[in-house]
Each structure stands twice: as C-alpha cells, then as structure tokens.
Design a protein around this ligand. Structure first.
Ligand SMILES: Cc1cc2nc3c(=O)[nH]c(=O)nc-3n(C[C@H](O)[C@H](O)[C@H](O)COP(=O)(O)OP(=O)(O)OC[C@H]3O[C@@H](n4cnc5c(N)ncnc54)[C@H](O)[C@@H]3O)c2cc1C
Ligand SMILES: C=Cc1c2[nH]c(c1C)Cc1[nH]c(c(CCC(=O)O)c1C)Cc1[nH]c(c(C)c1CCC(=O)O)Cc1[nH]c(c(C)c1C=C)C2
Length: 478
C-alpha cells in the first residue's frame, strides 16, 4: 500500500521538503497543508504595476558554502538561471557595509588589507584582535551567549558594537541572550576543538559535498564571477512560486491552501490523523515545517513533554517598513547599515535595496528604495504588542531614522508598513539542549515525525532548504 506523508506548512522549508521527496520516484503520496492562501511563508514579495519590487522577508541569498551551492543547484533544476540577479564581490553593495555608531555612519573594513588598520568605531585593528585571539584560553561551558564568547575571545569593543549589530542583522536578536553554540556553530566548535576560532577556521574539517552540486553550471558561474549574494528578477517569492508550479505538475503531490492544521493525533493503527477545519487527513508520516511554537499547539495532551520543549523556542517579531524616495537620495552606496542596541534599541538596521538590486526599481524616473527593520528582540518594549503596534508611529520612526542616519530630508513618495509577528526564532543559550530533548523524545516514542524549518538549526533560506533536503533523505532511507 502506498504510504502518505503530510507536510504541514508551505513556507520555503515545507516546499523544499516536498520538492526533495517528490524527486524520488518510489516515494509516497505527499500532501502539503498550508494555512494561508499564498504559499511561501515569510518569502513574500510586493510587485508593483510600475515594475518596482519590494521584499517583505528575505531579500538576498548567499551562494557560498555547501548549503549556498545546494540552493543554487535547486534554482537551476527549476529552470530559474535566467532570472538570477547576482551581486558580485566587487559591487559596492558587497563591499560597503556600515554601522551607525556615535551618531555617525562608519564603514566596516571590506578587505584583509583594510582590517590591518584601526578604523573607527574600533580602537584596535580587527587583524590585531584576531591575532590576540589565538592565545586566549579555550572556554569550557557547554554553551554561552554570543556576546560572552566574543567578549572573552576578541574583546568587549567588538562584542558590544560589531557582534551586537551582526546578531540584529541576522537574528533580529539580542547577542547577550543568543546562543553561540547554536547561532554560530562552526565558530563555537572551532574554539572548543582547536582552542581558537582563528586556528579552527584554518584547520577545521569541511562539510562533504555531492559532486553533482560542485559541477552544476550555475554553481560554477557563481564561483567564477565571485557572487557574494543573489536575488531573482521578480523577487525571491519567485523561488516559492517555481517550487509550487513544479509540485503541481508532479503526480503524487496534493497541495491544500487555506488548510490550517488544528490538531494532530496518533490513531490506534500507528498512523496520524491531521485535523483541519472541516476535515482530516490520514498520514503514515508527518513533516512539520511550521515554527516549533505552532507545532507545540497542535500536539495532543499525551505529547505534553514534547510540546513543552517546543514552546521554549520562542520567536521575535520585526516591523518591516519599505520606503521609496524620488531621485537618488543616499549619501553613500552599499548594502545597508546596522545599528547596535546601545545606540538605538528600536531600529535594527536599514537596507539600501536600490543599491544591491537596482533592477527592482520602478520603470521611469530614478528612485531610492530602502527597507527599515525594527523591533526584533526589543519589539514589545519599544512598540507594544505586535498585534496592536501603531502603524503610523512605526512609519514615523522609520522615516526619522532615514532622516537622521542618512541625512535624507525629503519625505518618501511611497511606503508600506508590515509587522511580521513571530517571524524569526531565537536560539537562546541552551538551545542545543532543547533540540537534544526534542530529538530524544521523538526517538523514544518512535514518532513518525520530522521537524524542519527555521526553528531548529539555522534561520537562513539556505538552511531551510538544506533542512528540507536532509529530512527527505532520511525519510527515503538514503
Ligand atoms: C524580515 C526577514 C528578513 C529575512 N532576511 C533574510 C535574508 O535576507 N536572507 C536569508 O537567507 N534569510 C532571511 N530571512 C530568514 C528566512 O526568510 C526565514 O527563516 C525562512 O523564510 C523561514 O521559512 P520557513 O518555511 O521555515 O517558515 P515560514 O516562512 O514561517 O513558513 C511556515 C508556513 O507554515 C504556515 N503555517 C503556520 N501555521 C500553520 C498551520 N497551523 N497549518 C498549516 N500551515 C501553517 C505559515 O502560513 C507559513 O506559510 C529573513 C526573515 C525575515 C522575517
Ligand atoms: C536589520 C535586520 C535584518 C536584516 N536582515 C535580517 C534581519 C533580521 C535577516 C537576515 N539577514 C541575513 C540573513 C541570512 C544569514 C545567512 O546565514 O545567510 C538573515 C536571516 C544576511 C545578512 N545580513 C547582514 C549580514 C551581516 C548577514 C550575514 C551574512 C552576510 O554577510 O551576508 C547585514 C544586514 N542585514 C540587514 C541590514 C540592514 C544589514 C546591514 C549591513 C537587515
């Protein structure tokens, strides 16, 4: 009898899991259940009639590393090669990243030569800090905060300014609470194994990679042309849409939209019952591609210990404000700037979208497109509950930040304010233990259940796609 796999959640993680499952001709029937009308989850693009493209969620994907190359291979299998918008390493949007510190924009060193000099806001050169790091005693704790780790190894200044900002620009999180072991696993393990992150990065083992990924034409092009990041001509939502089209053309895959899962229960014969409003699905196996907290609320009372562990992985909310200004209004060119929490807790950073992807500008007179990201781990203390946060105030704070950080006196000619409630899971200190408990409980009770998505082992689009691939491989017994 043909087995049935139900995948819950049609964001990039759920879509990728279905994609990799459907590639195997012997695999089961696959049912994808998505609560919303639109698939893609946080991968969401606004496309205006005049050609302008504004990202609500991810805006750029890194091609580097095993997981970055894996995504490029998927993109090429989907036939999207001609849709790619690469940003090469020489592009100012790759080289120029700024911090807004002490009321000023400060450019981060963009080359090893630049890292030799002490440049404000840092009193020592980064090269100097890295050299000293080799001689710092190895840590012994099983986990520690990102700030604690970096302060111990590279000094307080780098921890307070650079790492604080980096954690806001990737996790929208507080580096004093985020886990080094789970947010930056290669650096944590490099130190624990080799006694230094510098030595560990030089001597560390590389992840195995399939040869067909390395040989993929798009992957080779990205290496030859030194891409640092990429997007797609009509925005990253195209990736989710292509996956959807591919799945709709595959037998054995059923997609149900506006099908919010309310509860999952284990039936007597060892099969799952998945309850949605007005119906239910039987499943031999479930892949959860929703956030941990959402899965927790679906579990039956008998799975209370698992539900409690999942609840611990709580997410942060981010306000995303897209702004468009007539003309070229920026005093600098680059990817954007981040703001450490000591400078301003409410505003995390500003992306200069029209610098990285001018192809996404409107057709017609020149314009500048910016995205201001706000809140994150500080959302509630700065703006109140995400459901009730005042949109007019959010727009005002964003426009004022652009005015004071970038000296833009004009008002935007177009704007869009969105509050993304619970959009980025926070890997707090001890996250690894929580994962360990979750995997043990699933194994102990022999639950036919896999967990994929940003809640567990990486928040980037590349991580989510790679997680879906690994889950499919495990399920198919490879
Ligand atoms: C503002 C922002 C900027 C980002 N920028 C970048 C970037 O530049 N580069 C990068 O690599 N990454 C970026 N990320 C991270 C990345 O985009 C996300 O981590 C990733 O998209 C998460 O995908 P997912 O499928 O795991 O989860 P989601 O996108 O959350 O998908 C989960 C899906 O499950 C559905 N669902 C929820 N409840 C139910 C239910 N009860 N039943 C059925 N379905 C349900 C939801 O509707 C959703 O479609 C960014 C994230 C955000 C929020
Ligand atoms: C200001 C808030 C945010 C900005 N982007 C994100 C948030 C929360 C989310 C995000 N950004 C990146 C990733 C993927 C990480 C990966 O491993 O690929 C996610 C989830 C990429 C990224 N953006 C910045 C950095 C330093 C990185 C890490 C990898 C890389 O070097 O590309 C910097 C940055 N992000 C934002 C701004 C304004 C900014 C400025 C320099 C927005």
């Amino acid at each position: 009898m043909q087995k049935t796999v139900v995948v819950i959640g049609g964001g990039i993680s759920g879509l990728s899991t279905c994609y990799y499952l459907s590639k195997n001709s012997q695999s089961s029937k696959i049912i994808l259940l998505e609560a919303n009308k639109r698939l893609g989850g946080w991968m969401h693009t606004i496309r205006r009639e005049d050609g302008a493209v504004f990202e609500q969620g991810p805006r750029a994907i890194r091609p580097a590393g095993v997981i970055g190359r894996n995504t490029l291979k998927m993109v090429s299998e989907l036939g999207l090669e001609n849709e790619i918008l690469p940003v090469t390493a020489e592009n100012p949007a790759s080289r120029n990243r700024f911090l807004f510190v002490n009321g000023k924009l400060q450019k981060l060193p963009s080359s090893p030569v630049a890292a030799l000099k002490a440049t404000p806001p840092f009193s020592k050169s980064i090269f100097h800090s890295i050299l000293e790091e080799i001689f710092v005693k190895r840590g012994t704790l099983d986990d520690e905060s990102v700030h604690g780790f970096v302060e111990r190894r590279l000094g307080k200044e780098l921890a307070d300014i650079a790492i604080d900002s980096l954690c806001r620009g990737v996790f929208a999180g507080d580096c004093r609470k985020l886990s080094m072991r789970s947010c930056f696993p290669p650096l944590f393990h490099a130190e624990r194994k080799h006694g230094s992150i510098t030595l560990g990065m030089v001597l560390g083992a590389r992840m195995k990679e399939e040869s067909d990924v390395k040989q993929n034409r798009l992957v080779q092009q990205s290496r030859k042309e030194h891409w640092s990041q990429w997007s797609l001509k009509q925005g990253l939502q195209t990736l989710a849409e292509s996956l959807e089209d591919h799945l709709r053309n595959t037998d054995r895959v059923e997609i149900h939209q506006e099908a919010a899962v309310q509860q999952i229960q284990m039936g007597r014969e060892g099969a799952w019952e998945v309850h949605v409003e007005g119906g239910r699905f039987k499943a031999d196996y479930i892949v959860s591609a929703v956030q941990a907290k959402v899965l927790s609320s679906m579990l039956p009372p008998a799975a209370q210990p698992l539900a409690e562990e999942l609840q611990k992985i709580s997410p942060a909310s981010v306000a995303v404000v897209n702004l468009e200004y007539d003309g070229l209004v920026l005093p600098v060119t680059g990817f954007g700037h981040l703001i450490p929490s000591t400078e301003n807790r409410a505003v995390l950073g500003i992306v200069y979208d029209s610098d990285a992807f001018p192809e996404h500008n409107r057709k017609g007179p020149p314009s500048t497109r910016l995205t201001v990201m706000m809140g994150g781990a500080w959302f509630t203390e700065e703006f109140g509950s995400p459901e009730e946060a005042d949109r007019t105030r959010l727009l005002h704070v964003a426009v004022q930040a652009v005015k004071s950080h970038l000296n833009v006196k004009e008002m935007p000619s177009w704007s869009n304010v969105n509050v993304h409630k619970d959009c980025i899971p926070q890997y707090l200190v001890g996250h690894w233990k929580c994962l360990d408990n979750i995997w043990s409980l699933i194994e102990q009770h022999r639950l036919p259940l896999s967990l994929v998505g940003a809640s567990y082992e990486g928040v980037s689009v590349n991580d989510c796609i790679f997680g879906g691939k690994r889950a499919a491989e495990r399920l198919l017994g490879n």
